[in-house]
Ligand binder design. Structure first.
Ligand code: SF4
Ligand code: SF4
Length: 222
């Protein structure tokens, strides 16, 4: 899932400064699952904002609406009535949601309430970790299901580097060396010989380095 966390309240207040009506909108997708920007979080932030402005004696109207997903047109369009009423749309979706609302409502001023962090997984309650850098050409079948692009601090495709010490990464001793993890797993699986093959330079044009990407499925188009 896309993992995000709420911006500090002071920053959010700066982003909506001066607006008389704000539409605070949540997303029912990833950010609901990890409790950063779903219906509940929208109501909590709306209460905080109302309390703040009440204390400041500044009248403000906070509208709230959470859609199923902010990254799909049919759901984003459900926001139309409230977008028309608001001076600022404050999105609690990920960066994709913020942009997609802006794309669908060219005259709306849309700002993010969250910082979008990474594509990751839940390790335990309240702990999420990055697991995929969305590189466009997955090589997990060569590395025992452990991603060197994102879990090695240097994104080495032929590791480890000379700084790996006692299973930890030289960049931060709190981080496991991804290549140690890969080695250990391949050893357990009896596939260590696969690591003897040198991985050639990666074609980064399939990742973000090639510019914004698009996927088109002809079988789904009409
Ligand atoms: S190799 Fe690329 S696609 Fe596969 S997990 Fe790593 S970053 Fe993601
Ligand atoms: S110590 Fe391991 S994880 Fe850290 S940069 Fe070197 S190979 Fe990558």
């Amino acid at each position: 899932m896309i993992v995000a966390e709420r911006k500090p309240l002071e920053e959010i207040l700066r982003l909506i400064d001066g607006a008389k009506t704000v539409l605070l909108t949540g997303c029912g997708g990833c950010v609901t699952v990890h409790m950063a920007g779903g219906e509940k979080e929208v109501e909590v932030l709306a209460s905080l904002l109302r309390l703040h402005y009440k204390k400041e004696d500044k009248p403000i109207k906070i509208l709230t609406q959470t859609v199923t997903r902010q990254c799909e047109p049919e759901y984003v369009r459900e926001l139309a009535d409230n977008v028309d009423k608001a001076a600022v749309v404050l999105s609690m979706g990920c960066g994709v949601g913020v942009q997609f609302i802006a794309e669908n409502f060219p005259k709306a001023w849309v700002v993010p309430a969250l910082n979008t962090k990474f594509a990751g997984a839940t390790l335990e309650a309240g702990v999420w970790a990055e697991r995929c850098g969305l590189c466009g050409e997955c090589i997990l079948y060569k590395t025992g299901g452990i991603c060197p692009v994102i879990r090695c601090s240097k994104s080495l495709l032929n590791g480890p580097c000379g700084g790996s010490q006692n299973g930890k990464c030289e960049v931060d001793p709190e981080i496991d060396c991804a290549w140690q993890l890969i080695h250990d797993r391949m050893k357990d699986l009896g596939k260590l010989d696969l690591l003897l093959e040198i991985e050639p330079p990666k074609d980064w044009s399939k990742a973000r380095d090639g510019g914004p990407r698009k996927v088109m499925r002809e079988d789904m188009r009409f």
